[in-house]
Structures are given as C-alpha cells and as structure tokens.
Design a binder for this molecule. Structure first.
Ligand SMILES: Nc1ncnc2c1ncn2[C@@H]1O[C@H](COP(=O)(O)OP(=O)(O)OP(=O)(O)O)[C@@H](O)[C@H]1O
Length: 554
C-alpha cells in the first residue's frame, strides 16, 4: 500500500510509459520462448530450420534485449525520481515544522526515516523493476499456454490462484515477523549511537565500556534470533514457490494428458514454457520479501509525514526584509509555555510573564540551571510558540502569519548552536569582509574563508563560538540572542565580548539579549532579569544588579 502510494503521487504519465515498455520486453521474452519451442518441434520431426527462422530468432532476441534494457533503465529512473520527490517533500515539511514539534518527534526518528529507510528503498528499486518485468512475462507465458491449449491454461490458472493464496497467507506471517525485526534494529542502532556519542566516557572507564558492550551484545543476540527466524520462514517460502512451479510442471506432464485428448503434441511445449517460469517466479518471490521490508520502511516515512503535516505551519511568502525592521519596542504580554509529556503531564512551565524590549538596549538574563533561560530565549524569538499571551511590535500584534517575519529580526547563538561551513543565505558577502572578521576574532591562524566556505570547523568550542559570532554579525539582524556565549571563552575574549562586542552592537542600534552567569560583567547591561523556576524577577532593586537604564516593565 505504501509502495503504491509512493508510485501514485505525481503524474501518472511516466508510469504508463514504463508499464508499456516493461510489457513489450515481457512480450519479447514470451515470443522468444514460443520460438524456441517451435524450433525444437521442427528439429524433433526432422525438418530443416531455414535461415528465415534464424533471422526471426535474432530479430526477436534483439527486440527483447533492447526493450528489456530500456524498461529496466526507464523504470529505475522514474522510481528514483519518485523517491527523490519523497525526500524533498519530507525535508520541505521538516524545515517548516515548529521547533517544539521537531523536538518531540526526535532527531533519531527523522534521520532513520529520511536517510536509512529511503536509502534502502533506493538500493532495492532495481530488484522491484526486474520483478515487475517477470510478472509481465508470467502473464504472457500463460497467454502462450492458452494459445496452445485452453484446458491446460484454465487448470494452470486455477493452480496459480491456489498457490498464490497459500503464498500470500505465509507472507502475512512473515511481514509480522519483519516488523518485530525493525523494532529490534532501532534498539540496536540506539546502543550503537551510545558507543559513538559516549566514546570518551567509555574509553575512560573499562567497567562502563564492558557494561555497554554487554548490553549491545544482548540486543544483538535478540536481533540475531529474530533475523534467523525470519530468514528460515523466508527460505521455506522461497522453497515453497520453487516446489510449486515444479508441481505445476508435474501437473502438465502427468495429470493433464489423463484428462484431455490431443494433448500429446503440445505437452512438451507447455512443460518447457512452465519451466521457463521458474526464474521469473524466484525473482518475484525475492522482490516480495524486499517489498515487505520496503512497506514497513515507507510506512515509517509516511507516519513521519503525517506527524509533520499535523504540526506544519504553512510558510508565508519569502521575506526579503522583515516587516518589523526598524522596530522601537516589542511587548510580550502574559506569555505562558510548558513542556509536556506525551501523556500531557507538565514537565516544566514558565509564565505568565510580561516583558518589553526597547530597541538598542542590552538585557541580561540570569538564573540557576534549569530556571528556564534557554526556554525563554526561544519564546522571545518565537522559536517556541507560546501556549498563551500576545506579542506586539510597536503596538501591532504579531499574527500567526507574521511569525516568520518576526523571527527574521533575530540572530541567535544557543549553547547547542550548529555551525554551517557555508554562509547560507549570505551570497553577496565579500570574502575580504569575512576574512577581516576572522582576523578580528583572532582566528586567522586557524581558519580561512575560501571558495565560499570556512576551510575548517575542527576548532575548540570557544573558537567555534567565535566563528558563529562572525556569522551572526554578517547576518546583520536587529536583535542578537546569546545563550551563555562567553562561557567557553578565555578571560581575554570574555572581556572583549562584554566590553567591546556588546557595546559595539548597541552603538549600531542593535538590541542584545544575553544569558549569562558572569556576575563580573553585570554592569555591561542596561537591565538584568532573573529567572527562577520559569518566573521572571525584577532585579532593579538589587544593589549588585545590572546598571544602566534599569528595568522597563510595561
Ligand atoms: N526539550 C525539552 N523537553 C522537555 N523539557 C525540557 C526541554 N528543554 C528543557 N526542558 C525542561 O525545562 C527546564 C528549563 O530548561 P532550560 O534549558 O530553559 O533552563 P536553563 O535555565 O537554560 O538551564 P541551564 O542554565 O542549565 O542552561 C528544565 O528543567 C528542563 O527540565
């Protein structure tokens, strides 16, 4: 069903053309079988095979060869095109999904669906195409048998229907077992991931290393047992299909002559034709095994698509300049937000809080671990949509359609930031400008900007953060969010950040919101907000609190 859905999305025209070419190739194959039978009969009655027959054989063979090659190539091209379309569609949905929904789906699930499942399918597609050709061939061979003897055809069709239904029943049981393998494979992949991500920890601790290895081994045993079980079911299914074809040949040779007269002349032709079917039947059975796997994999991709569709927000038109560019004041009114479990239990809640931000000010957010600073940063930039409350820019409410415009005002460096090696979205930046910033950030001996990309990202965490700062400055946004940016910097660069970079941004009319634990630099802000269990607290009255302009609560 999922495979059929993959094929039917998009224009039906290429599929029709493929079906025509595949059926031509199968027709050529069947004609070849018919001709071979005819020649064998001619030789058997000691008649001469003339050059016409040789020429006919060569012509049919050439036709079959060309059509078969073209059908495999064309079908593969069309199917790979459908898969590329599926990948593009899923990634297109991912990029328009709200951050929170993506976090709930989980990165592992996303990668498994977009990379693993679709890749596997892409590799197996040629086998499906060959199986489709075999199916057409079987149909033509049955037609050929019908031309030779209608009663034989009817008996064979009845036998094939019976065999097909037996096969189908066994296949359903096999599919169930395959689905269980999928779950075990996912669990094993997770433990594999722990080896890679926790490599430093296990290299330092042999007991931990052994424990994880044992856990992996148990999972592997479990998986192996399931795979072996499916393998033996699969082998017996394959044997059943081959034995079934031989049984059919037996019916042709031994049973049919007992019931039908005048059958002796054609018996060997029908037997030969049925024998020719063994290869195609094996090819179809092989593909059916893979198609069961593909169904499960594609099922996961389609499940993911459905989740993304439920969460998706229709993208607005491309934004050249945010409609809020040049804002004077942003007000966040009665904002609330909570992380919830799938059972709808609240894990952490923040708000209701009300906060306003004036153009050109520097606001620090402080608070203990888990107090909600990062969460609030994501709410302020609308990476998270508040559960309730309103945001107004210069008195105008930010409507759902305008949210992307609002986000376009921000450049953010979160503590789990991602550094791209290219300046995506900054096509017009002159390399000299980037190079000058690299020098200013004292990274010139480490990294260069060449051919539109950074020469390396293999840098220390502090250095990578400096590179991220360069990128955010090049983006030239209205508001800068820094989530503990200075935490990984040495004392010299920490000083540079608070005493030079932040004031410089302010001088250029930028607004800065920074999460910080650096109490030595609290004098560098205009206002400081403290978060405690998700609640905002005014620090204006604190003697050691932020200097500057003091709080500006609405
Ligand atoms: N993706 C998430 N899903 C569920 N709960 C989360 C998620 N991220 C954070 N939380 C919860 O929200 C609370 C606040 O987290 P947040 O990262 O905002 O705190 P923080 O003040 O930035 O902490 P830190 O100083 O350690 O960086 C945490 O207690 C955590 O349990």
């Amino acid at each position: 069903m999922h495979l059929a859905r993959l094929l039917t999305v998009g224009s039906p025209q290429p599929l029709r053309s493929v079906a025509v070419i595949i059926s031509l190739a199968a027709l050529g194959n069947a004609a070849l079988i018919g001709l071979i039978n005819h020649v064998a009969e001619t030789v058997a009655v000691r008649e001469e095979i003339g050059p016409r027959m040789v020429l006919l054989y060569l012509a049919i063979f050439a036709f079959y060869y060309i059509a078969s090659r073209a059908s495999l190539k064309e079908a593969n091209r069309v199917l790979q095109d459908r898969l590329a379309g599926l990948r593009l569609r899923v990634v297109g949905k991912i990029r328009n999904t709200p951050l929170r929904s993506l976090e709930q789906i989980g990165h592992g699930h996303l990668f498994a669906a977009v990379a693993q499942e679709i890749n596997q399918l892409a590799h197996n597609l040629p086998i499906f195409v060959a199986a489709a050709q075999s199916a057409f061939l079987l149909a033509f061979v049955l037609l050929y048998i019908a031309v030779l003897s209608v009663p034989s055809f009817l008996v064979l069709v009845a036998c094939v229907a019976l065999g097909g239904s037996l096969f189908w029943r066994r296949r359903i049981a096999l599919n169930r077992a395959l689905a269980q393998i999928y779950d075990r494979e996912a669990a094993m992949m997770e433990t594999m991931g722990a080896f890679v991500e926790g490599f430093q920890e296990i290299r330092l601790n042999a007991d931990k290393n052994d424990g994880l290895y044992r856990h992996f081994n148990e999972g592997l045993d479990d998986l192996e047992g399931a795979v072996v079980g499916v393998g033996s079911r699969w082998v017996s299914l394959l044997q059943f299909s081959n034995a079934f074809v031989y049984a059919l040949v037996g019916v042709v040779i031994f049973v049919l002559p007992l019931f039908f007269h005048g059958y002796d002349d054609t018996i060997y032709k029908i037997a030969a034709a049925a024998t020719f079917c063994i290869g195609p039947v094996t090819s179809i059975i092989g593909a059916s095994h893979l198609s069961a796997k593909a169904e499960i994999g594609l099922g996961h991709v389609h499940d993911l698509e459905a989740k993304l569709d439920r969460a998706a927000v229709a993208p607005g038109p491309p934004v050249a300049v945010s409609r809020y560019a040049g804002f004077s004041r942003i007000e966040y009114r009665d904002i609330t937000f909570s992380y919830r479990t799938p059972d709808d239990e609240t894990v952490f809640a923040t708000g209701p809080w009300t906060f306003s931000l004036n153009r050109g000010e520097i606001v620090f957010f402080t608070g203990g671990n888990g107090s909600g600073k990062t969460t609030v940063m994501k709410l302020l930039s609308l990476l998270y949509t508040p559960d309730a409350g309103a945001i107004l820019v210069d008195g105008r409410p930010v409507t759902p359609e305008a949210r992307q415009d609002f986000r376009e005002m921000f450049a953010a460096i979160f503590h789990d930031f991602h550094l791209f090696d290219r300046l995506y979205g900054l096509d017009d930046v002159a390399p000299e400008v980037v190079q000058a910033q690299i020098a200013e950030m004292e990274l010139a001996d480490k990294v260069a900007f060449e051919a539109g990309r950074f020469s390396t990202l293999d840098l220390s965490t502090g250095q990578r953060k400096r590179l991220a700062l360069i990128v955010s400055r090049l983006e030239d946004r209205e508001i800068y969010l820094f989530d503990e940016w200075a935490a990984d910097q040495d004392s010299h660069f920490r000083d540079t950040f608070y005493r030079r970079i932040l004031p410089d941004l302010k001088r250029r009319g930028k607004t800065v919101i920074a999460v910080t634990h650096d109490d030595r630099y609290w004098d560098c802000c205009d206002r400081r907000i403290r978060l405690s269990l998700g609640a905002m607290e005014d620090t204006a009255d604190e003697a050691a609190g932020g200097g500057g302009g003091g709080p500006t609560w609405p």
